[in-house]
Ligand binder design. Structure first.
Ligand code: PLZ
Length: 489
């Protein structure tokens, strides 16, 4: 068995390659190297939380399933990581060949409380054993009401609120637009460059990027207008948030007319568009303009919500209180659940029966949500997200200092991105981003890309990720970046 030690900050990570070729990123207790002063710190708090590769990737069982998939599943649904998963725990994904992978994507910001959190599993199985469906529109049940109570309490603002539950993020966003149009009597919806809001017909219209989301799928829903976002890395040097907001407002006033706008829909930090954090002042300026014009401010917190950015909701960072909020992803703790939460006077102004759906607020998903929100509170996951930022950010900055191919490092909490460019330019380099992610995967780390140009590597691990596992994942990412951006070193 060969050993190589490397130091990451105050930690020493032990990379152990066993004779059978398996790699231990962080040693499990039975392979622990001789104790040193720092070895105790090196152990993950839970022995299950270690990276370990035992086969080629993809392994034979994944390959066999891939062949079945090729004959059964349309290629229109693509999969970025060709490894079939059999189990998952904490921030570790275990594939069908027994490889243990570090999950730095959390299934696109869903598994914030960690995979297979015991209290979520228990809540789900208890609910499944009692009943799994009635349709809240036929027979109500407490779980739905309790989730709405929690949403009304934890979303920004202490005004009176009401919620409604749905299944997916896109469905929540559609319902935000329905409420906004119904109660304002106006039709126009303003969205932004680089926005992502979903793949249904209305949300395709709201989403900015053509490929893969919209191409050939039109005609799209009318009365959707796109304004320029604040994208500090790509905006003119020194452009303030206020100036970026004025640019957007000017365009809306000229091209749409404020009096025609039902709502302005915005991701407080753009997700699929590239983890774009707007310049400070952008959101507050838009919020106050909306309030002056009788335009509803609708926040899409589907990706940013539920502790991801170091606060319960990303709007809180600039003290924005939206009129309507769409949530999904982490809300359901891994089960499909989404919500619209908004001012009571708005939500209740929709005619009775105007919102709903067969499955919205499924009882099992509600049970999972309640257990997940309990965990977020009990474990103070907003601070866990900030801890991830303070661990990762200095390392990402150091990488950016060493590589001119990293144009920007940005993000908040556990929503962090590296924008890759052709060295010394702002020309996007999606191929490098793809190769970095592929290189990470070969070492057992699942990282995702995003961005309008496909050139952003994004980190969004479960917020409960073991500290040492996170360090290991970052070490792998750093080596992958060194290998791809500086192959001669
Ligand atoms: N709003 C801000 O991030 C989903 C999409 C992955 P659904 N993002 C991941 C893909 O390629 O389909 C998302 C989001 C924001 C809305 C949505 C839509 O949420 O649950 O995927 O419908």
């Amino acid at each position: 068995m060969g050993r190589r030690l490397h130091r990451v900050g105050e930690y020493i990570l032990h990379r152990i390659e066993a004779d059978d070729g398996s790699i231990f990123g962080v040693c499990p207790p039975d392979r622990r190297p001789p104790p040193t002063a720092t070895v105790e710190r090196m152990e993950p708090s839970d022995a299950s939380q270690c990276r370990r590769l035992v086969s080629e990737l993809p392994g034979p069982v994944s390959l066999a399933l891939q062949r079945r998939r090729d004959h059964a599943v349309t290629t229109a649904v693509s999969t970025s990581v060709p490894l079939f998963i059999e189990a998952a725990e904490g921030a570790i994904l275990i594939d069908v060949d027994g490889n243990r992978l570090i999950d730095l994507g959390a299934g696109i910001a869903v598994s914030s409380v960690g995979h297979r959190a015991p209290t979520v599993v228990e809540a789900v199985s208890n609910q499944a054993a009692r009943f799994s469906h009635t349709s809240f529109m036929i027979n109500p049940y407490e779980g739905y009401v309790a989730v709405c109570e929690r949403l009304n309490a934890c979303t920004p603002g202490d005004h009176d609120k009401r919620s409604a539950l749905f299944n997916s993020g896109a469905e929540a966003v559609e319902n935000v637009v329905k409420v906004a149009r119904r109660v304002t009597g106006r039709q126009a919806v303003v969205v932004f460059d680089h926005a992502y809001h979903g793949r249904t017909n209305l949300t395709m219209a709201l989403t900015a990027r053509n490929l893969p989301y919209r191409d050939g799928f039109g005609p799209f829903s009318p009365e959707v207008y796109r304004a320029p976002a604040s994208y500090p890395f790509r905006d003119p040097e020194g452009m303030t948030g206020r100036a970026a907001a004025d640019r957007a407002i000017g365009l809306i006033e000229r091209q749409v007319g404020a009096a025609n706008v039902a709502c302005l829909l915005i991701e407080p930090i753009q997700g699929e568009g590239g983890f774009v954090v707007p310049a400070p002042g952008f959101l507050p300026a838009l919020a106050s303009w909306c309030a002056d014009q009788g335009i509803l401010l609708a926040a899409d917190e589907v990706q940013t919500g539920f502790c991801r950015t170091g606060r319960w909701f990303a709007c809180e960072d600039e003290s924005i209180v939206p009129d309507l909020v769409a949530t999904a992803k982490a809300l359901g703790g891994g089960l499909p659940l989404s919500a619209v939460t908004g001012r009571a006077d708005l939500m209740d102004a929709v005619h009775p029966g105007g919102l709903g759906g067969t499955f919205g607020g499924n009882p099992i998903a509600c049970a999972a949500a309640l257990a997940s929100i309990d965990l977020m509170e009990a474990n103070d996951l907003p601070s866990a997200a900030r801890h991830i930022e303070s661990t990762a950010m200095p390392r990402l900055m150091a990488l950016a200092g060493a590589h001119r191919g990293i144009g920007d490092v940005r993000g908040r909490g556990a929503m962090l991105g590296l924008e890759l460019v052709l060295p010394g330019t702002s020309e996007p380099d999606p191929s490098a981003a793809r190769r970095v992610v592929e290189t990470c995967l070969r070492s057992g780390v699942v990282a995702l890309t995003c961005g309008t140009f496909g050139n952003v590597i994004r980190l969004l691990p479960p917020l409960t990720i073991d500290h040492v596992l996170l360090l290991d994942g970052l070490e792998v990412l750093g080596s992958a970046i060194d290998e791809v951006l500086d192959p001669d070193r």
